[in-house]
Design a protein around this ligand. Sequence first.
Ligand SMILES: [Zn+2]
Length: 255
Amino acid sequence: MRPDDSYVLRLDGISIEVTRKRVRNVNLRVRAGGEVRMSVPLRTSRAAAEACARAHLAWIRERRAEAIAREERLATDVSAGELVSVWGRPRTVRLRADGETPSCALEGAELVLSGPSWLLGDASRAVGARRVLVADLLASELALRLPEVLSACESEVGRCASAVSTRWMRTRWGSCTPRTGRIRLNVALAERSPSCLVTVVTHELCHLAEPSHGPAFYSLMDAHCPGWRAAQAELDANPPQMFGPTAKSAPGSAG
Ligand SMILES: [Zn+2]
């Protein structure tokens, strides 16, 4: 349910969710997947909000087209010969008709998906099942590696998370609630180099000491994770591939 201070404008087939907030300026955003959000000062009338959105319609259309194209690119099918990155190494997908139970395993430089012959076809059931297999493999890779990385990072930083959970996120690699000490990590970290996992875990633990991204935060990062800039550059250059169910996370960067 939307709060009372929100409403939806429809302009030329595009829905724009408008929220009245205690802000000074109008803020227009196009989120991953192409949703359009606009926040406006409390006193802004619906007509004024609509006029403003209409004035930016060309910009909205362009950003939506980009966001939707990106989403489609991320939703690439897992088919034979495609590359899937696991721990920073590209693995070539191989499909093998073998046995009754669908499975997915790393075999050297290959990611082998095997199972009954229906799994290897183009039907949407097969395509979906292959994505789930890859998502599950990445989730179990992360679950295997995380305990050791977490405990090493906690000793390094000198802070402990009260709880760490993993989930699929569209736009963030990790997030942290300093007040409760809870940390959330993107399962897609298993696609990137192991140093990226170390960097994101360290980043979130440093937030337990320093919630903002000010100079104090970055001197903690330099002290506890000297290679963080290279890992951050790798994360920034390669958005998550999103094989898993896409949680609707808030837009934003590293978290
Ligand atoms: Zn952060």
